[in-house]
Design a protein around this ligand. Structure first.
Ligand code: SAM
Length: 472
């Protein structure tokens, strides 16, 4: 029985509620009157329910579809401006005891090179990442309590935060590790993590159990209820995601929005981010073996509908997607992207030799961070290395109220410009630096509060003189 406030996975992600939602959306896909009334609500920019969102997703009236894309773009601009937050994944270990059928780290895979970084190797990786210009990382690890226990993850986080190399610093460490206990989430919170990210993979319980045949990840309820435990452990910012291609994408879209509604209903704050990965080729994984893959148009519509349904939730896209695909969806709602990523363990400090392969999946966007930053600016986006909210304690509902207050242009915009300036001074190529300085001069005019604008101008001058780490 569907109950948004239930703490049981099968009740807040109720199968029948999803099936009825899909049926309702399908039946009403030409219902102009109903679709128009949902669009009217959507234009208030306060979000939509999963039913309303699925209705828009199914809409097959072309002019309303055009309005959906236009509104997604508008919401993106209103809440996030043209800023894109940059991050990189850091793979700590690919030892894993699970049997996930889509992931090359599964324990039956005997030919993948298994690696776990020592603290010395982590230092080398982080220095390489700092030298690229990164300030925000997402650490990734397989699940293996013997090889990668929570103590190892905690020690690694401490190491990462401690490294100060030249002007570099990792100022926010997000964590993507397997579902764990409240006690372990509390330890992660105490270690100062940013967002706890865990992809649901699929919200269809039956498929979930087939796709995760062995290992602790097989337990659907334990995995699906992880975000509630994380929040109980004090983590304010959680990141949801599904792996598109495993199951029917409409089922997943309804599921992820129901999950967001559940977090909001129970904890008073929805997910901080939603990620939209698609299955990629990897060591012994062929994406063609999964029959539910989605094309780029469907992908773009999913992103637009999520943008409209949860306007305050950041959306992340990784280098799983090509530059061309990323360019299209950045407009429609994506607010964070990775750049210069390596999905192998230890791949930043030393590229792997031909007989090694520890990577999780093939990267489609192989450009360097500088090339990505340059490309973003040429497409009128502001690459941002900002980590201010988390460091000022603006997490969870405090971040959401900043978002809702419309003060983002006086806070996020100057922070983005100042962190971009740091990047330009310390790491950019000449062409990127020139482009960036012109962009900063132009964008600073968009700071609406004159006092904030004056301070931001002063701070940017100070960054040029060698000072670092200003923030609002
Ligand atoms: N082991 C952890 C867990 O169980 O959640 C951590 C994360 S894993 C390193 C990160 C994510 O990569 C997974 O949640 C999955 O969605 C995604 N992934 C796995 N195999 C993939 C593939 N072949 N293509 C694209 N993404 C994949």
């Amino acid at each position: 029985m569907y109950n948004v406030k239930s703490m049981k996975a099968e009740e807040f992600i109720d199968y029948y509620e999803i099936m009825e939602t899909l049926d309702y959306a399908q039946r009403n896909r030409h219902n102009r009157e109903l679709l128009n009334s949902v669009m009217e609500k959507a234009r208030l920019k306060k979000g939509l329910s999963h039913r309303e969102a699925l209705l828009l997703f199914n809409c097959d009236i072309s002019e309303i579809n055009e309005e959906i894309y236009a509104l997604a773009k508008q919401i993106k601009l209103d809440f996030y401006g043209n800023r894109i937050v940059m991050f990189a994944p850091l793979y700590l270990s690919n030892y894993c005891v699970n049997g996930c059928t889509y992931c090359p780290y599964h324990c039956q895979n005997k030919h993948i090179t298994r690696k776990k970084l020592s603290q010395e190797e982590i230092i080398k990786e982080v220095i390489a990442l700092q030298d690229m210009g990164h300030k925000r990382l997402a650490i990734e690890s397989g699940e293996d309590n013997i090889n990668n226990p929570i103590e190892y993850i905690l020690e690694s986080i401490k190491t990462i935060y401690s490294i100060k190399h030249k002007n570099g610093a990792i100022r926010r460490v997000n964590v993507n590790i397997a579902a764990t206990t409240v006690e372990n989430y509390r330890k992660l919170k105490d270690a100062g993590i940013g967002t706890y990210i865990l992809f649901q993979e699929t919200y269809n319980k039956e498929s979930y159990e087939t796709l995760h045949p062995t290992g602790p990840k097989h337990n659907y309820a334990y995995h699906t209820e992880a975000m509630d435990r994380a929040m109980e452990g004090g983590i304010d910012d959680v990141g949801l995601g599904v792996l598109f291609g495993l199951e029917n994408h409409q089922f997943e879209l309804a599921g992820i929005l129901m999950h967001a509604e559940h977090l909001e209903a129970v904890h008073g704050v929805g997910p901080h981010t939603i990620s939209v990965p698609r299955i990629k080729r990897a060591d012994d994984i062929n994406p063609d073996d999964f029959t539910q893959g989605i094309d780029d148009d469907t992908f773009a519509k999913i992103i637009s509908v999520i943008r409209i349904a949860v306007p305050y939730t950041g959306m992340i896209i990784s280098t799983r997607e090509s530059a061309k695909c990323r360019e299209r969806v950045l407009e429609l709602g994506i607010s964070q992207i990775s750049g210069g990523s390596r999905t192998s363990v230890g791949g930043y400090a030393e590229p792997e030799s031909d007989d090694e392969n520890s990577s999780q999946f093939d990267v489609s966007d192989n450009r360097t961070l500088d090339e990505v930053v340059n490309w973003l600016m040429k497409n009128n986006h502001i690459p941002s290395f900002c980590t201010a909210c988390y460091r000022e304690g603006r997490t969870g509902d405090r971040f959401m109220s900043l978002c809702k207050s419309g003060q983002i242009s006086n806070c996020c915009l100057p922070n983005a410009l100042m962190t971009l300036k740091e990047y330009l001074e310390d790491y950019a190529s000449k062409d990127t630096r020139n482009l960036g300085n012109v962009l900063i001069e132009k964008e600073i005019e968009n700071i609406s509060n004159p006092k904030v604008k004056m301070l931001a101008e002063e701070y940017i001058k100070n960054i040029h003189k060698g000072q670092r780490d200003f923030r609002f």
